[in-house]
Design a binder for this molecule. Structure first.
Ligand code: IPE
Ligand code: IPE
Ligand code: MG
Length: 241
């Protein structure tokens, strides 16, 4: 049974609702993405301060390539700009940045920026911030299996598979948050979410702030994580109610 503590070791978030945030204000959808970046900055800062070990943000799914080309290019541009502007701030805060996903369809400039930002922050020992971009949970499981096959592994067990996932060195998420009101996983971390506490909020991502994070954390603290056991089998501090 993984250790359970008041502050999640790993938080995974689906940032959803940028488009609707903009639409409500009669703005183009991309204005919501731009504003969403402010919420990302604030959330990263809060998690680093709280002592969360891993924060994983779903920024662009393998399915999001289906969006209108203009929106996709805007998002790619935003991503390049953010990497360029934020990397020093992340480095100062001792945050290690990683980008997980296929990357094959990214422009060379974006790949170069990602590699530079990862290298710049690789030695940091604080929060590990993973941005899932061109990421899909099914893709992740398949690339892990294919790597094991390429290594000649004849029998795959859970630990071997886990180790080859994009977040193979991170603990499973304790808390999953999805903003925007939708209650689905949308092909995010399929393998690792098996026992994660799920939290859904109707808030749109650009409106997600410190108090919204605190509400999610309060909900998390009130959960009893049994991992298949009965309540009575848990240590007293893990029992709720
Ligand atoms: C999430 O917001 C950001 C990305 C998927 C890139 P959306 O763009 O999905 O916003 P809605 O769901 O249309 O409101
Ligand atoms: C999920 O959001 C993916 C990201 C936030 C990157 P979507 O808005 O693409 O999800 P669906 O398609 O509505 O499930
Ligand atoms: Mg959406």
């Amino acid at each position: 049974m993984p250790p359970v503590s008041a502050v999640p070791r790993h938080i995974a978030i689906i940032l959803d609702g940028n488009g609707r945030w903009a639409k409500k204000r009669l703005l183009p959808r991309v204005a919501g993405h731009k504003k969403g970046l402010d919420a990302v900055r604030e959330t990263v800062k809060a998690c680093a301060e709280l002592g969360v070990g891993y924060l994983t943000l779903f920024a662009f799914s393998t399915e999001n390539w289906r969006r209108p080309p203009d929106e996709v290019s805007f998002l790619m541009g935003l991503f390049i700009g953010a990497l360029e502007r934020e990397v020093e701030r992340l480095a100062e805060r001792n945050i290690r940045l990683r980008v997980i996903g296929a990357r094959e369809r990214f422009a060379p400039e974006l790949v170069a920026r990602i590699e530079a930002a990862e290298a710049r922050t690789a030695g940091n020992t604080g929060l590990t911030l993973s941005i899932a971009a061109d990421y899909g949970g099914r893709w992740d499981v398949l690339q892990a299996v294919n790597r094991l096959i390429a290594e000649g592994v004849r029998e795959i067990d859970e630990a071997k598979l886990y180790g080859q996932l994009s977040l193979g060195d991170a603990p499973e998420p304790d808390l999953f948050i999805r903003t925007g009101g939708e209650q689905r996983i949308s092909n995010f971390l399929l393998w690792q979410l098996a026992y994660t506490e799920l939290y859904f909020t109707d808030l749109l991502w650009p409106d997600f702030d410190r108090s919204a994070l605190d509400a999610a954390l309060a909900s998390y603290r009130a959960r009893e994580r049994r991992f298949g056991r009965t309540s009575e089998q848990l240590p007293p501090e893990a029992q709720r109610g």
